[in-house]
Design a protein around this ligand. Sequence first.
Ligand SMILES: Nc1ncnc2c1ncn2[C@@H]1O[C@H](COP(=O)(O)OP(=O)(O)O)[C@@H](O)[C@H]1O
Ligand SMILES: [Mg+2]
Length: 364
Amino acid sequence: MAGLELNNIRKSYGATEVIRGVSLSVKEGEFVVLVGPSGCGKSTLLRCIAGLEPISSGSFSQDGHDVTGATPVERGVAMVFQSYALYPHMTVAENIGFGMKIAGDKPAAITTRVREIAKLLKLEELLARKPKALSGGQRQRVAIGRALARKPRLFLFDEPLSNLDASLRAEMRVELAKLHASLGNTMIYVTHDQVEGMTLADRIVVMNSGIVEQHGAPLELFNQPDNKFVASFLGQPRINFIRISGARREDADLLLSLPGGEPMRVPIDAARATSLDSLEIGIRPEDITLSTSETGLPITVDVVEQLGNETILYGHLRDAQQMVVRLTGQANFSGGDKAWFKIAAERALVFDQNGLNIGRRSAQ
Ligand SMILES: Nc1ncnc2c1ncn2[C@@H]1O[C@H](COP(=O)(O)OP(=O)(O)O)[C@@H](O)[C@H]1O
Ligand SMILES: [Mg+2]
């Protein structure tokens, strides 16, 4: 089978197991993004995939062949890191062509390939410059070009944009998406930035403490997270979790009220809803709108952030639980205001006492 298979990968450093049984199939040409909080094992797993780090147990196969003991070169991987460490005394062209030179490729072949890459990455004007005369984004493009030069089968990125400022990061995100579209290489990309995951991935893999919590298409994970961890990792501002009591079943729905609010009906999955104790409702800040009448859910506003194109309200419910609301456009609020809001009940998620999503899954 084409692509890369991770079969129950485990990795320990001494007594500490850092990767605790990860299995995953990566399709040929797929852009897979590993996301998760700092320290969850993303870089370790990527280094294992690269063949830079021996694994403790499990196996890798590539195109149906076992590559568990293979070197990075045998696996055909190229890696781009957060700190791109270009050779300062070499020009852009020399940096890009260096790997080919070491591998003993002919000068004419190197020149041709460097030109191709420079065109692809819009570095043509910069080929004679040294790294110190480049901006951060240009340097990162050179680092990517250097990785591309030897036509890797598998492209691995470890937080390649985290040293760049926000606007450059956004620009480079788009460049990377275009690069993947034009090259069609298999790419595995590590980031702690959920926005990069959402925008770049064909598939997001959410990691937590060395395991995979869930993987799937970005919107699938956003709309139908398996658990609270995944729900809270994707989306900014973060999803609200509201504890409720007194919920009851009616047919395939849950009837409940948020503190101080009117009753609402949320679809649940009867097979998964084994207990209605200690439920929490997950509501994304953008699924809350201002009510046109004094009905719905009363919220007292504590802090207002006016971003121009949207307004973020940080407030609390009648029982003091925190609630974040994201309104599109500009809304005239200040701290201490009380207002009524409507909740999009069909978008609400329900989590049981173990943090598992027991909401009903609709077809995407
Ligand atoms: N060479 C190493 N020796 C011992 N522990 C390590 C080593 N590399 C990583 N770790 C530990 O493994 C865990 C995962 O690290 P890492 O893969 O870098 O996480 P992430 O990239 O998700 O931030 C951390 O607790 C880290 O301290
Ligand atoms: Mg890391």
